[in-house]
Design a protein around this ligand. Structure first.
Ligand code: AMP
Length: 214
């Protein structure tokens, strides 16, 4: 059984998938994390992806789909969580095809994290992230105890380049144009589940947990 977790930027995909991992044996793919690691390590993939990610644009399907194939092949016997992938209809079609070809766990549900746009803007513009462990903070709702220092690991807490206001606008536009149509795609396959993404991290996770395999 595999799950897709999708939604607009700032809906809480990263936070919720971390909780999903902590409470199940599932294996996680976050294409966003994959691109950020590649950029930080200046790998060829990072060089290719950086201008798109920094500007808040989607990395081209030709690059992204290839990465996911590698992941599926490596983890074909596991139950998988796809976080931030697919983000376009061609990616969703490729994912289905690859799962079938490789014989990996089929998608059981596509969980859509629903959050109104005004809340997304507030969350994204105040978001800060640990460069080392990825812990997520917010300048006013949940700041680290010591300014700029991660509570968990002491790493540097920073603002992602694509959380700056111009990039946020581009990301929301890319979401509306390319990712929102996935709702209908998964509805037509009977896999779509809408999850209310408002409230505390724990209350959102309670709505997700019935769909997890332990
Ligand atoms: P995220 O951490 O999921 O918000 O992703 C950060 C950025 O990585 C996005 O704004 C895109 O530039 C890129 N990215 C992540 N996943 C994808 C994807 N499935 N397709 C294209 N670009 C992606």
């Amino acid at each position: 059984m595999s799950l897709v977790l999708f939604g607009p930027p700032g809906a809480g995909k990263g936070t919720q998938s971390q909780l999903m991992l902590d409470t199940s044996d599932m294996i996680h793919l976050s294409t966003g994390n994959l691109f950020r690691d590649a950029i930080q390590n200046k790998t060829p993939l990072g060089v290719q992806a950086q201008s798109y990610v920094d500007a808040g644009k989607l990395v081209p399907d030709s690059v992204t789909i290839g990465l996911v194939r590698e992941f599926i092949e490596k983890n074909k016997t596991a139950d998988l969580i796809f976080d931030g992938f697919p983000r376009t209809i061609p990616q969703a079609e490729a994912l289905e095809q690859q799962i079938t070809e490789v014989g990996a766990s089929p998608i059981d549900k596509a969980l859509f994290l629903e959050v109104p746009q005004k809340d997304l803007l507030e969350r994204l513009s105040g978001r800060r992230v640990c460069k080392n462990c990825g812990a997520v903070y917010h300048v006013s709702n949940s700041p680290p105890k010591k300014d700029g220092v991660c509570d968990n690991c002491g790493g540097e807490v920073y603002q992602r380049k694509d959380d700056a206001s111009e990039a946020i606008k581009t990301r929301l536009e890319a979401y509306e144009k390319s990712t929102a149509p996935l709702k209908e795609f998964y509805m037509s396959k009977g896999l779509f589940v809408s999850i209310n993404g408002l409230g505390t991290t724990e209350s959102v996770f309670k709505r997700i947990s019935p769909f997890l395999k332990n």
